[in-house]
Design a protein around this ligand. Structure first.
Ligand code: C5P
Length: 220
């Protein structure tokens, strides 16, 4: 589509949870639905972009000719796919709830019930945004921050640490914000620490607000 604000641009979005396998039937995961990332992908496509949507396990459907969905399961897979596409994209939004840790080993067979319990050793996963931030050249890189305490300060330090251009803060203190639901309440913070708080809105509306903020900075 020509003549739209993101015509000719490529956008990479990570969405949903990651599942870290314990054995063939069990995993460590989280309650992310992927909805915010899906709305960001839809909004980017409506603005004319070609979108790569890398999704962890989610029930959400996406049928849009401008959106290429790449399903993954684990954080390591998500990181590899993100790296595969990174050089060809203009904007990256990391909205996935990536598991910070994975089991050190995955059992090939279902672990049997034992008396005395089970201890699973966990090791850190790669930080996908950090990995992309470290090798960033031209890309506009946006992260999410879900904070409970010192939210503004933590979000700002995350911008610097991960070499981001902006971060979307959702406070867990705000009713209706964050995981799972239909609505979200965000503050957009750019790398110059300009902050813009928004009202509680549907995730589709929040996605449009986020793109409005990104676009005004992409063209600046
Ligand atoms: O450091 P923290 O997990 O709070 O940062 C959240 C941001 O970093 C989100 O944008 C999330 O998608 C991204 N992230 C990531 N890889 C991880 C952990 C978080 O890309 N392993």
């Amino acid at each position: 589509q020509e003549g739209l604000p993101l015509s000719g641009k490529k956008v990479l979005i990570t969405a949903g949870p990651t599942y870290e396998a314990i054995d063939p039937v069990r995993f460590v995961g989280n309650h992310s639905t992927g909805r915010m990332g899906f709305e960001l992908a839809r909004a980017a496509a409506d603005l004319g972009a070609g979108v790569i949507l890398i999704t962890g396990p989610t029930h959400l459907q996406m049928d849009n000719p401008s959106i290429t969905r790449v399903p993954v399961v684990s954080a390591q897979e998500m990181c590899q796919v993100a790296l595969d596409y990174f050089d060809e994209v203009d904007v990256v939004i990391g909205s996935a709830a990536v598991a910070d840790f994975r089991p050190k080993t995955t059992s090939d067979s279902k672990i049997k019930k034992k008396c005395g319990g089970l201890t699973i050793e966990m090791v850190p996963n790669p930080d996908i945004l950090q990995t992309l931030g470290d090798r960033k050249e031209k890309q506009y890189l946006v992260g999410f921050a879900l904070e409970t305490d010192n939210e503004l300060e933590n979000a700002k330090s995350k911008i610097a640490k991960k070499n981001l251009d902006a971060i979307v803060l959702n406070s867990l203190r705000d009713e209706g914000a964050g995981f799972g639901g239909e609505t979200n309440k965000i503050t957009f913070i750019d790398k110059n620490f300009n902050q813009k708080p928004f009202e509680l809105k549907t995730k589709a509306e929040v996605a449009q607000d986020i793109w409005t903020e990104i676009l005004s900075r992409l063209h600046a």
